[in-house]
Write a protein that binds this ligand. Structure first.
Ligand SMILES: [Zn+2]
Length: 443
């Protein structure tokens, strides 16, 4: 039986309609069972002693698991997070493409387990067996997404076209025209580039009715452009998650940009105010922590995802009972520019090597005409006549030290970085703390 035929009722599965009492009982049961499993790993034993399953927020006293923790606990650094030392798994890369690798290990069973959240999410955003889907997700180089999306599409009951992010624009255009694909799915920037290429290569015989993106927000201006150009009916994100944890959320046909239903049978999702350590109520912004029940080989308890979010606190008009949260973007000093993640530390390192600039530097992302641009502003004591030279030097250094960004600029996927010099004390600071506002996203 294919994944589409396994649906139960108007939604994909019965969990989506379960009432509050069932939901609470079952999520507590899963959490208790998972914490017991995680205690097989010595790393968790002391940490999880602070869990209190009777409390409103059972993990409030448990330290969060950071990405640096993960790096130290899984291969190639060590096998300290592994619940067993033998047996097969697939290694995926998580995080940036440079520096010491951080990996995520999935057993075959865990990869199989992605079918449920995948099918639930794609069903919720309107994928049907009559659809013909161009899969543009990233493949190879230890990327994970293409592998499980491909698997889900071939088992769903639709027609699947495994193009990957490596297919040339001409090839995607040919497939769209000759095979009459009507859906596109992939990471937002790749999807956008592919759609723009379709337009420039000619829209005769091209249909784009459904666009299923992920990995980063697709901004309203981009969505408007897609609707205008192709008349697309659905533009939505079937899944939000991280390779370090699991699928955390999914959209439906009623959720606005950035709002997701929570896969609360898959993950124990917390949104935490990190200044007080307390759980956020609806409408309060906090950091996303995820405990990923299906991750058995390397238990993931209270992983600090690095994104900011808010509970919506209202039911969704679609009728699903899975709770809603609003995703607000990265909470760390990292900007997603095109396909790349630029850390503030990287900018600081480049500023430090450029004589004449102070360390008071801020970075932000601008997005115009659908393309990202990294903007760096930096204070300097140098006279204004030397600012153009200083700016050009820093811009060149940022690119030369970050080949992935340089490549994206060369390919026209993102605009070249813009550097501006400012007089000392003129960059925006937090009025309360006086701290420099170092990073600002475009949304
Ligand atoms: Zn909904």
């Amino acid at each position: 039986m294919d994944l589409f035929d396994r649906r139960q009722g108007p939604f994909y599965d019965l969990w989506e309609t379960a009432g509050e009492a069932v939901r609470r009982r079952e999520t507590r049961r899963r959490l208790a069972e998972y914490l017991a499993w995680a205690c097989r790993v010595p790393f968790y034993r002391n940490r999880l002693a602070a869990a209190d399953l009777k409390a409103e927020h059972p993990l409030a006293g448990v330290p969060s698991l950071t990405s640096d923790d993960l790096r130290a606990l899984v291969p190639p650094s060590s096998g300290r997070l592994l619940t067993r030392k033998t047996g097969g798994y697939t290694v995926f890369q998580s995080g940036g493409t440079t520096g010491f690798p951080k990996s995520a290990l999935f057993t075959s069973e865990e990869i199989d387990g992605l079918d449920l959240p995948n099918a639930r999410g794609f069903f919720a955003v309107g994928l049907r067996p009559s659809d013909r889907v161009a899969n543009l997700w990233a493949a190879g180089s230890l990327y994970m997404t293409f592998i499980h999306i491909n698997r889900m599409l071939q088992n769903y009951g639709c027609a699947s076209f495994p193009l990957s992010n490596h297919a040339t624009p001409e090839f995607v255009h040919m497939a769209a025209r000759l095979f009459k694909t009507n859906c596109v799915t992939g990471i937002s920037s790749v999807v956008l580039n592919a759609l723009r290429s379709l337009k420039s290569l000619g829209l005769k015989g091209i249909r784009v009715e459904k666009v299923y993106y992920g990995g980063e927000h697709l901004y309203e201006a981009d969505k408007a452009e897609i609707r205008r150009t192709f008349g697309a009916k659905v533009i939505a994100a079937p899944g939000y998650g991280t390779i370090d944890s699991w699928y955390i959320g999914y959209q439906c046909l009623k959720t606005p940009t950035g709002v997701f239903h929570c896969h609360d049978d898959q993950c124990h999702l917390e949104i935490v105010d990190e200044t007080t350590g307390r759980a956020c109520g609806p409408g309060e912004t906090g950091m996303v922590y995820a405990t990923a029940f299906p991750r058995r080989l390397t238990p993931i308890v209270r992983y600090r995802v690095g994104d900011l979010a808010q509970w919506v606190g209202r039911p969704c008009p679609c009728g699903r009972m899975t709770p809603l949260f609003r995703l607000l973007g990265r909470g760390d000093d990292v900007l997603r520019v095109g396909f790349d993640s630029i850390s503030y530390d990287h900018i600081q390192a480049c500023v430090a090597k450029t004589a004449g600039l102070s360390a008071a530097a801020a970075m932000r992302k601008e997005r115009r005409a659908g393309r990202d641009r990294l903007v760096v502003e930096v204070e300097t004591e140098a006279p204004p006549r030397s600012w153009p030279r200083l700016s050009a030097t820093l811009a060149a250094r940022i690119l030369s030290q970050r080949p992935t960004l340089a490549k994206a600029v060369k390919a026209g996927e993102v605009r070249p970085p813009l550097v501006r010099c400012r007089r000392p004390g003129t960059l925006p600071r937090n009025p309360r703390t006086g701290k420099l506002i170092r990073v600002k996203d475009a949304c």
